[in-house]
Design a protein around this ligand. Sequence first.
Ligand SMILES: Nc1ncnc2c1ncn2[C@@H]1O[C@H](COP(=O)(O)OP(=O)(O)OP(=O)(O)O)[C@@H](O)[C@H]1O
Length: 341
Amino acid sequence: MITLSKLAKTFQTRDGQVTAVDHIDLSIEKGEIFGVIGYSGAGKSTLIRLLNMLETPSSGQVTVAGKNMNELSGKGLRQARQEIGMIFQHFNLLWSRTVADNIAFPLEIKGMPKSEQKKRVNELIKLVGLEGRGGSYPSQLSGGQKQRVGIARALANNPQVLLCDEATSALDPKTTDSILDLLVDINKKLNLTIVLITHEMHVIRKICHRVAVMENGRIAEQGPVLDIFKRPKEEMTKEFVKQVTEPEETEEAIRHLFKDDGIGRVLQLTFTGSDAKRSLITDVVRKYDVSVSILQGKISQTQHGSYGSLFVSVTGDNQLIDETIAFIRSQQVEVEVIHGE
Ligand SMILES: Nc1ncnc2c1ncn2[C@@H]1O[C@H](COP(=O)(O)OP(=O)(O)OP(=O)(O)O)[C@@H](O)[C@H]1O
């Protein structure tokens, strides 16, 4: 659905050139929810704005729904953009228009007759769960409701692609989850391709099928979400994964808990859903003469199954602990020693 080829964007500033997007190659499939995560300044906003030509590329190519976006201008570009809806962090609604009139705005521009507009607006209001609020003004809505208006407006022209620019960053965690659930629902109902940018791994974990980690205008790492959680390769990816598994907090808690005693080696075991059903810990203590204490465990759901993180402390003979770790690894469970030799 979307192909980027050697895509680059350089800005001229008073302080010299800034390369926001640095020769990115990327392919996004139809019906996929694709997330791009990165810290502030990584180039995410520029990248997403290049997809609908809100930014003009310095070099490289953007193809969306079979159209080479670089070659279009005027009417051709306007038509191609109808295949691409976009939602924003601060909603970008028209404050003097009602909810229904905000949603109707792109239909008006397209020249759709009033009666058809009304019908379509009612369908969209239902789709995003805003029944009964069509006559309200944006200022009378909660943040989550405002974003629902943004989503309805973005979908008015039946686009094939929805771009989400930090769409939940201004919302509280509960509202964030309800908007993310809505995006998954729409993705399934309409087979809509969704590209989102975020700095929150929670968003990636909850709704994305694949993720790209962006740093200094480049993609540092990409892959299916479950694989990235299980086996992050780059340091930056590990940092983002930690946002969800919270080992820093765990480490601190463990240090307090075992202040005076020998703590042994603390391991973080990471496994995917199917591995979780096995009796791994039982197997370990039957096989090796070591003690295992469970410190913390968590299972998280992704769009392609669950993955778990378990923190255990293992005490006993050093050689036996080494063998225990090798055994756990042989069971397709990732092991990171987070404390002890
Ligand atoms: N219009 C512009 N003119 C000059 N430099 C720009 C412009 N837009 C972005 N940049 C620069 O490009 C780099 C990437 O910015 P961008 O906004 O794409 O990153 P980001 O990952 O989206 O960060 P944030 O989440 O903070 O917006 C930054 O160094 C930024 O200063």
